[in-house]
Write a protein that binds this ligand. Structure first.
Ligand SMILES: [Fe+2]
Length: 304
């Protein structure tokens, strides 16, 4: 009987392509399989046992925090279609908000407790990718606003022409022809693009998780594609990504933080529904003390 991890690998190999999961059904099959994985299946039984006897939060000694081991990533497998790995986090360590562009991610907390917070972008098909917009600054925003006043009638009467002339403004063109409330949403998106790399997102999850907890699945545009973890106890997260991060294919891992700007709106109207409690996220460089080291995987080796 092959090791559990070998059977999981075979299922992933049959379920994922370089474009991601081949169907919704296969995601469910992998999720079910992942649901039953145990620390002992991946050589982490000792670590899991330590957490069961874990005494509590790290205490301060002589006014300074004990130095903690770094976050470790145990690499199990990577190909064009998917990657499998485990993040082992010491208590109080944080993996900052980061995205998984165009990716589906299945995660299983193997042992320990952590706090997870996740967001999805508030966006619409055809809206401009902020990473492709040059920095415009406050004057750029003013010019864009003026444009909208002038071009709004054109967008309302001829959305397709409008799109043709101003491809970056497709959202405004189409939505503006439907109702003026949605136009303000389009304007907002454009304005946030002008403030380079600041985008509105909605909160999906803000909760503590303790193993054993259900496998979570996030999708390219839903389920909390942007997330962060804070370890409450030592903990380990088993991750399957499909397709994997790939700089060659534009799937970079980007880190974000909540924008400190006070002048950004907290509500927008989208398709007649008010989306409240927006969070504006901006790209940032994680602090220098955020380090993920490659750890030694001691479980059964996957044979490809
Ligand atoms: Fe992640």
């Amino acid at each position: 009987m092959p090791y559990y991890i070998q059977r999981l690998y075979r299922l992933c190999n049959a379920s994922f392509s370089s474009d991601g999961p081949v169907s919704e059904e296969v995601i469910e099959k992998v999720r079910e399989k992942l649901e039953r994985i145990k620390p002992s299946d991946v050589g982490l039984e000792q670590e899991a046992q330590l957490v069961r006897n874990w005494p509590g939060p790290v205490l301060e000694r002589n006014g300074s925090h004990q130095s903690l081991p770094p976050i470790k990533y145990l690499h199990l497998h990577e190909c064009d279609s998917f990657s499998i790995g485990i993040f082992c986090m010491p208590p109080s360590s944080i993996i900052p908000l980061h995205n998984h562009p165009g990716m589906t991610v299945l995660s299983k907390l193997l042992y320990g407790s952590m706090h997870v917070k996740s967001y999805d972008w508030i966006d619409a098909p055809g809206s401009t990718d902020p990473s492709e917009v040059e920095e415009a600054g406050p004057h750029g925003v003013m010019i864009r606003e003026a444009w909208f006043e002038i071009l709004k009638p054109l967008g309302e009467r001829h959305p397709h022409i409008f799109h043709f002339i101003f491809p970056g403004l497709v959202l405004v063109g189409h939505r503006g022809s439907e109702n003026s409330a949605s136009l303000s949403f389009g304007l907002l998106i454009e304005m946030c693009c002008a403030w380079k790399n600041t985008r509105p997102a909605k909160l999906v999850k803000d909760t503590d998780m303790t193993a054993p907890s259900p496998t979570t699945v996030l999708y390219p545009t839903s389920g909390g594609n942007i997330h962060c973890f804070r370890a409450i106890t030592p903990c380990a997260i088993f991750d399957i990504l499909s397709p994997p991060y790939s700089a060659d294919h534009g799937r970079h891992c980007t880190y974000f933080r909540q924008s400190q700007r006070k002048d950004l709106r907290v509500n927008v109207e989208l398709d007649g529904v008010t989306v409240s409690e927006l969070t504006w996220l901006e790209e940032f460089q994680p602090p220098d003390d955020f380090v993920i080291r490659r750890g030694l995987y001691r479980g059964p080796v996957i044979r490809t």
